[in-house]
Design a protein around this ligand. Structure first.
Ligand code: ATP
Ligand code: MG
Length: 324
């Protein structure tokens, strides 16, 4: 087996949709959901595919998990082709999609997992043992005998992860695993993901949450409008971006006189929160920026300079737009 657990090679996917223009007219619109998407994930690492709504994250996940065929290109899980060897891929891969309709409301969490274990060919006693271990891993042991329909959203999300692990896959792909969860549930999910990685599994997650990608992932690829526009570790991405440093100022003054270097982030009770990015090559210094504000009659109430976050890099690269 090679060093790479997940590989996407030049994946292309187009969708044709019809847009209705009134009662009898409709026009065909082709959407290129993926435009030669390539990346690879090292064995045992956590990889994040980060992008705004409509960027192509779910399409990528569906192709890598053999649920959707690409128009061209291929994906490999542990070296097996997702287009030519889907059965072998399914044996080494566990997938958690954001909407999991595969559970029975009138069965308990544990019964659901035992059922899936037996579907995978485990004996009843092995299924029970595996189900108990997995419920423990995802922190659901105490609720294992409650009906699925009584589970909260966060508990359902954790049960979906347990289900994806029933056949002890090497590689786990999760599509927006913390979407819609409160901060406490989201943190539990992140800790389960870290746990999987420490057990040697390769994990890929999609997210539009920069902070989550930053705390969770060893490497990140940023996808926008179906294209990978940057990839690397969080530090590498920060270096790649133009935003070398971010200056934030809280000021009071005439909104029409804000210097062009600044953007107004928000205005609260007449106080403006301004932000400027200083690139290594830009010829204005922090002092010069403050000077500009004072020259234009602004009262500077607070000023801070910080290194860019992944969010700054993301906005710098993606332009802050969602494509739906
Ligand atoms: N079945 C489909 N038919 C037509 N167009 C589709 C279909 N599925 C997705 N698309 C389009 O493909 C593009 C990528 O969608 P995708 O669901 O992969 O994005 P995403 O990054 O997962 O977005 P989100 O963050 O909203 O989940 C979008 O423009 C979307 O409208
Ligand atoms: Mg999606």
């Amino acid at each position: 087996m090679g060093r790479k657990s997940i590989e996407a090679v030049d994946l292309v996917k187009r969708y044709s949709t019809y847009i209705r223009l009134g009662l009898f007219r409709k026009v065909r619109r082709d959407v290129t959901a993926l435009d030669r998407v390539s990346f690879s994930v090292d064995r045992g690492s956590i990889f994040g595919l980060l992008g705004p709504n409509g960027a192509g994250k779910t399409t990528t996940v569906r192709i890598l998990s053999t649920l959707l065929l690409p128009d061209s290109g291929d994906g490999y899980i542990d070296g097996f082709s997702v287009t030519r060897e889907p059965d072998r891929v399914k044996r080494v891969l566990g997938v958690v999609l954001s909407v999991d309709k595969g559970f029975y409301g009138k069965l308990t969490g544990r019964e659901n997992l035992v059922y899936y274990g037996m579907l995978y060919g485990l004996s009843r006693s092995d299924s029970v043992r595996v189900a108990n271990d997995l419920l423990d891993l995802v922190g659901l042991s105490e609720s294992r005998d409650r009906l699925y329909e009584e589970y909260s959203l966060g508990m359902k999300a954790r049960l979906s992860i347990a289900k994806a692990l029933i056949h002890d896959p090497d590689v786990v792909i999760l599509d927006e695993p913390t979407l819609g969860l409160d901060p406490v549930s989201a943190r539990k999910i992140r800790s389960v993901i870290k746990d999987l990685s420490s057990r040697g599994k390769t994990v890929m997650v999609t997210t539009h949450n920069m902070w989550e990608a930053e705390v969770l992932c060893d490497r990140i690829a940023i996808i926008s409008s179906g294209r990978i526009i940057a990839q690397g570790s969080v530090d590498e991405l920060k270096r790649m971006s133009n935003a070398a440093r971010v200056v934030e100022a809280r000021v009071y003054g005439d909104p029409s006189k804000v210097p062009p270097q600044f953007v107004v982030e928000r205005v609260v009770d007449g106080i403006m929160y301004l932000k400027a990015s200083l690139t290594d090559s830009s010829d204005v210094s922090v002092d010069r920026l403050v000077g500009m504000l004072r020259d234009r009659g602004f009262k500077v109430l607070a000023l801070s300079v910080r290194e860019p976050s992944l969010e700054d890099v993301f906005i710098d690269l993606v332009g802050g737009e969602s494509v739906v």
